[in-house]
Design a protein around this ligand. Sequence first.
Ligand SMILES: NC(=O)c1ccc[n+]([C@@H]2O[C@H](COP(=O)([O-])OP(=O)(O)OC[C@H]3O[C@@H](n4cnc5c(N)ncnc54)[C@H](OP(=O)(O)O)[C@@H]3O)[C@@H](O)[C@H]2O)c1
Length: 269
Amino acid sequence: MTSIYGKYIVLTGGSRGIGPIIAEELAKKGAHIALAARSEEGLQSAANHLRQFGVQTMIVTVDLSQTSEQQKLVDSVMERFGQIDILVNNAGLETEGAYLDLSWEVIQKTVEVNLLAPMRLTHLVLPHMLAQGQGHIVNIASVAAKIGAPYAATYCGTKAGLAEWTRGMRLELEGSGVHFSTILPGYINEVGMFAKFNLKSPGLLGSTTPEKVAKAVVKAIEKDKLELFVNSSPARMLSVACEISPALGDRLKQVLGVVEFQRKKVEKR
Ligand SMILES: NC(=O)c1ccc[n+]([C@@H]2O[C@H](COP(=O)([O-])OP(=O)(O)OC[C@H]3O[C@@H](n4cnc5c(N)ncnc54)[C@H](OP(=O)(O)O)[C@@H]3O)[C@@H](O)[C@H]2O)c1
């Protein structure tokens, strides 16, 4: 079991949604945390909240769709903390809508923030982690990585890419001391990108809570888990069906109301 106590962590998407809740869970374990996002106000408020746990915190305002800013994030943390033990790639964008209703700029930005930024940040921190002989990259994907959904195809594509990339990296770096994990949360009703629609997820698809996602991040690090699915079991079974028989998976998506639900979400936009 790997201890989180005293580790230096970079967490993206730390300004709002589930990021601050993940940060709190890690701070309770005694980790020092660098929070990154674009909103200084959101980051400051999340960092102030962490003070009660007596850990070191810092904030870095960055637009993760910009490569120069990704470098700035890693440089700032190395300068202040002197080391990076864990990177939690949590920042993400959801793009809902019929594909042709989305501008190319929106599609490109989604790929940049959801997929390219985690890859690039890993490219930047990996040399430090390999040199110190230990490290962990935790990528927050989504159940969407396993269940390609209509009107969210770009989002699903980035999350599937992130999950498969993580699997490849984990095997490639096996034995190096650097570990890779993916967290696959389902719909979260309380905070974050899904909550803003003010729609309840279909019962059969289930949901989860930000606290369960945060605990999964801790478990992934402490127990070196490859993938943790954080949702109720029907959605898990749907994802298994999608892997075993994609055609059956697509039929089930219709029967379970995924297609209809996605349409409703787009109308609510
Ligand atoms: N909520 C759900 O139901 C759910 C379910 C499954 C998976 N997830 C995943 O969980 C993660 C967090 O989601 P959430 O619900 O907390 O989303 P959220 O409330 O929309 O928060 C997104 C976070 O990402 C940051 N961010 C977005 N664009 C950025 C950019 N260009 N540069 C830097 N930071 C950026 C945002 O900060 P700024 O705006 O301040 O930059 C914010 O901190 C995402 O990867 C998401 O895909 C969420």
